[in-house]
Design a protein around this ligand. Sequence first.
Ligand SMILES: Cc1ncc(CO)c(N)n1
Length: 226
Amino acid sequence: MFCDDVWKRSARLIRAIHEHPFNTALSAGTLDRERFAFYIVQDARYLEAFSRALALASARATDTEDAVFFAESAHAALAAERTLHAGYIEEFGLTADDLAGIGTSPTCLGYSSFLQATALADPYPVLAAAVLPCFWVYQDVGTTLLENTAGVEDHPYRAWIATYSDPAFAESTERAKNITDRLAATTDDATREAMARAFFRATEYEWMFWDSAWHRETWPTAEWLA
Ligand SMILES: Cc1ncc(CO)c(N)n1
């Protein structure tokens, strides 16, 4: 099956995601607030783009059940942004003015733009494969973090871990995988190859997203603009 195949081929990259210092510190509860705040602000922006890509997947779906799934997922992404992310942003005391002053990072813009370009310009099966790692990687990391932090009381990032280890999110991940497998099975070789490339690119961006939060990535050219 397509999903099993691309997941196996991503094994080393997935391991690197699990072992990234951002995620090991997130798991240990030692991740500093500055890095997590950077991540949450960028991720709130990412989720708006992800939601748009999902809404476009819903519009382009050839199967009504798939259209429902993608529309619900588009809504869930924005709902997460308005609860989980907005909750942390409030906890960190970031005002609307603070947020307006924080630039979207190169990686966040790259990942967001990649998803939206795929949504608008690539075949629908390629779009399904591009959004799949957004579900699968988070579900995988979320459940691992839940296992690793099971006995920990008052984990500072408990709400984040709970969101992505939720059985409902695992169910969505299964749905996204099933849709992608069905589309891969019924398309041509060239499209299947493009699906694999989109899956790998999105998974690379997932690693980069955590890495960019760890380093609090900025635009190297920012100082030359007024
Ligand atoms: C970067 C990224 N990928 C996936 C998810 C899960 O939807 C998220 N919140 N952020």
